[in-house]
Design a protein around this ligand. Structure first.
Ligand SMILES: [Mg+2]
Length: 170
């Protein structure tokens, strides 16, 4: 199974959240919202309601990723507060952009790791934990991580999968 992260992998969640929160002139190498704004965490997440989640812009990699992956499941985390708005907003986002794709909400993505699983994600810790659990993680390059372009490496792993799907066993 191929799992793809939503926030900052398929969507531009962090830059959009900072815009939504009125934060300008920020260090783009820091993705943690509460390092940019001196609000209590609960206030930050309450401010990011359903409308925020449902209107996140697609990321620069969205079209290419969706175009090259045969089938995949979106595997996405929930915030510590106001998670019901996050769930409802992300379901609406999926209806708009990926309406036949399954979505799983989990903050422990490594639970989905096995030797046949791939995770595509912008979080170094998610990728590290997924790899430690015997999955194969691809770190999407973003200003806050050390990732380099994943597309060539990903294509190498997808080619055998596509061939396997074309083999009919009798
Ligand atoms: Mg992410």
């Amino acid at each position: 199974m191929i799992y793809v992260d939503l926030d900052d992998t398929l969507s531009d969640m962090t830059p959009y959240a900072l815009e939504y929160l009125g934060v300008r002139d920020y260090d783009p190498t820091i993705w943690t919202l509460n390092k940019h704004i001196l609000w209590p965490e609960r206030r930050i997440w309450n401010h990011l309601g359903m409308d925020f989640w449902s209107t996140m812009p697609k990321s620069v990699d969205f079209e290419r990723l969706v175009g090259m992956l045969p089938t995949f499941t979106v595997l996405t985390a929930l915030p510590p507060f106001n998670y019901h708005d996050c769930i409802n907003g992300k379901l609406e986002w999926m209806d708009k952009h990926l309406n036949d794709v399954k979505i799983i909400f989990s903050n422990a993505k490594e639970r989905y790791a096995d030797p046949k699983s791939i995770l595509i994600d912008d979080s170094e810790i998610n990728i590290q934990r997924f790899n430690e659990s015997l999955g194969l993680g691809f770190l999407v390059p973003r200003p806050w991580n050390k990732g380099i372009s994943i597309f060539d490496k990903l294509q190498l792993h997808l080619a055998p999968l596509e061939r396997a799907e074309n083999i009919q066993l009798h």
